[in-house]
Design a protein around this ligand. Sequence first.
Ligand code: ADP
Length: 274
Amino acid sequence: GEPLAVSARVAPLGSRLVLLLVEDLTEARRIEAVRRDFVANVSHELKTPVGALSLLSEAVLDAADDPEAVQRFAGRMQIEATRLTNLVQELIDLSRVQNDDPLEDAEPVRVDELVAEAIDRCRHAAGTKQITIASGGTADLHVWGNRGQLAAALGNLVENAVNYSPARTRVGIAARRVAQPGGDMIEIAVTDQGIGISDKDKERIFERFYRVDPARSRATGGTGLGLAIVKHVVASHGGEVTVWSAEGQGSTFTLRLPEAGAARDRAQQHPDLD
Ligand code: ADP
């Protein structure tokens, strides 16, 4: 009926233009909705620790003559303050990975350096829980990308492995090169013997602010942003992140990233894709 007649009149180039415009509007509306959700989520996530800090500081004032209570409240204030700090840091990370073109200053990045940095980042948490972190296979491997962002991605995975594991367990980091027709990839797998993730939750954990158990995540200073950052970083690097997990047994998160030499060769073959 009517719409066909319209497209017939603007065809053939025009119809494609109209279609593009319509798609563009839908996309703009979708982005706007995501942005609104995000701001609402951030406000909520900021309000919780700030509210707790304000209540706790009142409690400290009221309990001035009870040193034990003051100690207890101050300890909880410290937890909330840590949470606030983590949240702000991850918001900064997230805005950075979303705005910048990460490949603008891409370079070959040594996998063993990324791994060392990631382990360093959770040394304290792992030490407290007597969790051993072991790595292997990283020698002589290089991925192609933005060093800071790749470090943030791997750091988040190792941090989660430690946070969602019981004391005296092991976290393993294993890297290897995977041959691929389009150019070799590097796989970095982080395995833990932790609480695991149900199939239902597996689909959602990469969403911003999604947490399987908000109380548990909060206790470790979690924000629900870590995996969203990981997903964003690997996507912008032309890689992917996958998860295998069995509840009560543990999880393996695997990063797959372009190998440095392969990425350079690809860029040389297709200079316009640089
Ligand atoms: P958080 O800051 O809460 O750790 P993430 O985005 O990093 O946020 O992770 C989202 C959720 O996925 C976590 O709250 C946790 O429930 C689950 N999760 C992530 N990594 C693991 C893991 N290694 N083992 C079990 N659960 C995990």
